[in-house]
Ligand binder design. Structure first.
Ligand SMILES: [Zn+2]
Length: 401
């Protein structure tokens, strides 16, 4: 096999640090999928003799993004819930398509927070389908790097039957958690909305026992939280992160900041639902009542992120594609939504890059530096001041030319 030539990206801008300022006129030398150096274009020094020079003038280098809330086996769209019942073989094909979409959108890492249970034909056991995707992708350097929560663990009467694990009391919850870890889940996903909106599905003690079990086995615990009552249980029980956090208050965010609990925002869901008023005929999106309900929830969710940000909560972010209505190449939409919730554009980009890496505990995810992986992409425009630049992807450095 012939080793690929080293590649020089010449005269780009670089959006790699904290703060609103791009570094301009930068050259980046890549070989064997690693960044050898980053230098001023006016001072590149000696170049390898067979180097392939890419004139990157006018574009901006951005670290590969982290979609911290994704469902790689599901397609999204306005019928996203129905699609969860599609045959596993079809969902595995969906995952491959999603892998392409993620990559072309500059997303290097995806944190899968729930996939349907399906019988694995190799041993006849039912386990989360995304575990099989992780296996497929870990040997292919062009595919997104993923970490997988297994399937959702929820109280009966909340999630679509048969696709998730149900647990109605503390012992059942602990057993479900243990089974997920035995199956190979990288972390756990609890569903903290109960059958009754005003009640959490489990007690703080029940959830704390799961957190202790998982931490003892080196795994983190995250929790879906649509309502305040569940958020409180999760925070008090010491979960590592809350997904969505659509209803947080000042006490909740203060405690999250103190404990270092991450919030994983998914605000673009509401942008997507709002667009369905124009593009679908589904009453929940089209009717006046539906539109009003969505507008109210959206306002409350934006307020929650605003509170969390002001309190200093670490915010990672994701599309919820597949498990919600977005598609796998829509992370830019979420970055835009974070800016609407009061984050500076460069802070919002950090949520989609380095904060996601911190949440995953992956030191190289969402970062770019010498001796690190060449996991970056190039866009037109300045994403440190304008999140819409992230839609204009020109080139993805980790893909073969
Ligand atoms: Zn989700």
């Amino acid at each position: 096999m012939i080793a690929p030539r080293p590649t020089l990206y010449r005269d780009a801008a670089l959006a790699d640090g904290p703060g609103p300022s791009l570094r301009r006129s930068v050259s980046v030398l890549v070989a064997q999928r690693r960044v050898l150096w980053i230098r001023p274009t006016s001072d590149e020094g000696d170049l390898p003799p067979n180097v392939h020079v890419i004139d990157a003038g006018g574009s901006t280098i951005v670290p590969g993004m982290v979609d911290a809330h994704s469902h790689v086996t599901l397609p999204g769209g306005s019928h996203w819930i129905d699609r969860g019942a599609d045959p596993p073989e079809e969902l595995l094909e969906v995952a491959e398509h999603n892998g392409d979409l993620l990559t072309r959108a500059g997303v290097r890492w995806a944190r899968d927070v729930g996939s349907p249970l399906a019988v694995d034909p190799r041993d006849g056991r039912r386990r989360a389908l995304a575990l099989r995707v992780r296996e497929r992708w870990q040997t292919d350097p062009n595919r997104p790097r993923i970490r997988v929560a297994g399937t959702w663990i929820g109280h009966s009467g909340v999630l679509t039957g048969g696709l998730a694990m149900e647990a109605d009391d503390g012992p059942a919850l602990l057993k479900a958690a243990s089974t997920q870890l035995d199956d190979g889940a990288d972390f756990l996903k609890l569903y903290l909305d109960g059958p009754k909106k005003e009640e959490a599905p489990w007690s703080t003690e029940d959830v704390r026992a799961v957190v202790e079990l998982a931490h003892g086995r080196g795994a983190k615990v995250t929790a879906h939280s649509g309502f305040l009552v569940g958020a409180r249980v999760g925070i008090d029980a010491g979960v590592d992160s809350l997904e969505h956090g659509f209803e947080l208050d000042s006490d909740a965010v203060a405690k999250m900041a103190r404990q270092g609990t991450f919030l994983v925002s998914t605000l673009a869901i509401f942008r997507s639902w709002t667009s369905f008023a124009q593009t679908t005929t589904l009453p929940r999106f089209v009717s006046d009542e539906g539109k009003e309900r969505i507008a109210l929830r959206r306002e409350r969710a934006i307020e929650s992120v605003r509170l969390a940000h002001r309190a200093g909560v670490r915010i990672a972010t994701g599309t919820d594609f597949g498990g919600g209505s977005l598609r796998a190449n829509h992370l830019a939409w979420e970055v835009e939504a974070l800016v609407e919730a009061g984050l500076k554009p460069w802070e919002a980009l950090a949520s989609a890059t380095v904060r996601g890496g911190e949440l995953l505990g992956e030191a190289e995810a969402g970062r770019l530096g010498e001796d690190g992986p060449a996991d970056f992409f190039l866009v037109h425009g300045d994403p440190l001041t304008d999140p819409t630049a992230l839609w204009r992807v020109w080139r993805v450095a980790w893909l073969p030319e």
